[in-house]
Design a protein around this ligand. Sequence first.
Ligand code: PMP
Length: 299
Amino acid sequence: MLQKSDPRNVNIKIYVGGNIVNRDEAKISVFDSVVQGGDAVWEGLRVYQGGIFCLDRHLNRLMDSAKAMAFVDIPSKSDIKKALVDTLQANGMTNDVHIRLTLTRGRKTTSGMDPRLNIYGPTLIILPEYKPPVYDNENGITVITSTIRRNSPNNLDSKIHHNNLINNILAKIQSNVAGADAALMLDNYGFASELNGTNVFTIKDGIIYTPHADACLHGITRGLVIQLARENNFTCIEKNISLTEMYSADEVFCTGTMGELTPIVMIDGREIENKSTDRILPKMIHAFEQSIHKYTEQI
Ligand code: PMP
């Protein structure tokens, strides 16, 4: 399933390095670090009811990522919030919008890897598009297991939400070739880590499980789902989950800002069959929908 762009996106305005310009003029220097080395950090945000969902959690993660990458002159959270407000207002956007927020290390004086060549400070990019949740949350999605492992902290710590997405992209290519909607990525030990762009959960005999956030991204939606599960008196446990446990789960779902909570109906050709007498996922989806108002920060 390939998502089509909403026709309203032909006239959107984008924030790049302090200016808000029409999409055709939204350009970045070839000397920018993100071109040179994917040297940038990012967040996906969703606009609901005129506000941004879990904005503070996203901006905290962006700050942590930029700090871990030793960016210099990182804009403050309030500066970024102001740029977000200005960009949404310039577009008259209040709902149904996904924002790709990117902070690059900025322009370099000459091409090269050394961050000391970055003397101009970071580049902030705010790309807001009309984009409903990307997956078919009614019928669910199919996944295959990729042979591409999710990065371990030995290689590239997934606690940094960085723009080096090659391992996820290679996994996504495998799922495209297999005709599935997404790829399940394992960690270095062979346990499930996450899908190529979302976190994963299983439900078995009334208990909700999700992989430890060692190799996977510590998703904001993942964190909220764990919190909501516990607030709604479900047991939610982080643990190593083998592929066999994925196949034999009663319910499986993935989480992310792009798609919210999405049922996974088949993994590697094995249908997910609910052998319990209960269905917990619809209750979690309901709890998530109820939480949107509470966690949407009006800006
Ligand atoms: N995993 C990966 C690899 C992602 O890129 C994302 C989205 N940025 C997620 C999970 C979901 O994270 P969040 O809930 O913060 O959107």
